[in-house]
Ligand binder design. Sequence first.
Ligand code: ADP
Ligand code: ASP
Ligand code: MG
Length: 468
Amino acid sequence: MQKTLVMKFGGTSVGSAKALMNATQIIRDAKKDWTRIVVVTSAMAGVTNLLLDSARLPTDQIVGSVSDAESKLREKHFSAAEALIKNKSLLEETKKEINKLIEIFVNLCSAIQILGEASPRALDAVASLGERMSLRLLTAVVNESGIKAKGIESTEFIVTNSNFQNAHPDFLTTKEKTQALLNPILDEGNIVITTGFIGANVDGAVTTLGRGGSDYSAAIIGSVLPSDDVWIWTDVDGVMTTDPRIVSSAKTLSEISYGEIAELAYYGAKVLHPKTIRPVVEAGIGLRICNTFNPTHEGTRLIASRKKNGRVIKAVTAIQKQRLVTIEGRGMLGVPGVAARAFAAVASTKTSVPLITQASSEQSICFAVPAETADNVLSALEKTFAHEIEDDDIDRVWSTDDVSIVTVVGAGMKHTPGVAGKVFSQLGNNGVNVLAIAQGSSEVSISLVVDANDTENAVKALHELIVQ
Ligand code: ADP
Ligand code: ASP
Ligand code: MG
């Protein structure tokens, strides 16, 4: 039987000559067990930020920053290419193609500078260049190592709407195009290498799926091909009990359920983009998260549901740089539609709300939004409720300073009384004040809002509750 595998390599996993060598070896090993392989690559680590940082500067600073970025991009890609590609003409060709993309970057930035503004569409064109460069590099390196590989940009087959910077794929068209384009290449015994993160709208304009979106690309491709498995190669051993950058003793989880990973990813665990889960679950595809720098480790496998003897609290995560917005006033009591109008106002600013709490007295509505959107959200709310504010039915609309949402995740919490109590006493004992609470409706998570300065303490304290 033909077995199909989609493997995605993250930024660090293609971020240096050493990493690219590991990735190539991983591809070679996978070929022993899988007849059809699609590889999805991210931009080299740091490249997407480098590209966007220049394009987003005030226009009078763009020029200086671009020439600096240009040489960094060249040095990063060329040094890896020179270290790994011995075939002279392949090396020259690869460098030429990467150089062309760097020129596009320079031209796009100068257009932005002349126009005096960077539209979301222009920013997507800029951001897409990182993946387009690493595609050239990885394809050449893999070919050089003797593995037959064809590089193709995902803009050719991932069709999205025009919601630049956070585009949504049209799965039906994407399926047709992906199968029509990739199957013949795979059937000829090549592996396919493609770009993560990017697609194109029906007019062919490049779109991106949102930051960190290469994981999602792998899931989209896996679900439409379809593949049997999707493997996410990253720089840690899998999904861990918390971010190892916060708690160095964090442990890798060998299995995690759909519900648990969905909550973890949504509430800030960067290891997997939250949109990755739905396509693989719906298509019944296996998902594994594993370490490019420790490839013999089994990593983490996604499973349908929690085993009976699992831990109650399985992992802790945090989203930083949030603000709590509160609408309060005694006149809100019983007025129908306040919440609907409030959230419509928030939606009009295209802000997503990760957490909502409402006091049962209906005298206030409180929710979190990303800090950088808070000003926009407040003015939208003040506009929507101008009448109520004037009539003193709403006393005020305000937001806190920066806060973090800290979330404990574990499917076992559903059947275990007293978890919330333990969570609060643990935080209390560690001097962390809880500003707001929300329990996920799936009962797989409890989220707490804490002051930004308490984030690390809260994560560390709650991590101690995970019994190993
Ligand atoms: P990639 O470039 O491979 O996509 P990311 O940087 O996006 O990698 O995601 C991997 C990082 O996610 C890890 O290096 C780790 O610091 C962070 N992370 C946050 N929470 C977790 C967690 N619960 N388990 C594992 N890694 C986590
Ligand atoms: N390169 C993109 C980013 O930095 C996508 C990804 O790495 O997943 O957001
Ligand atoms: Mg990532």
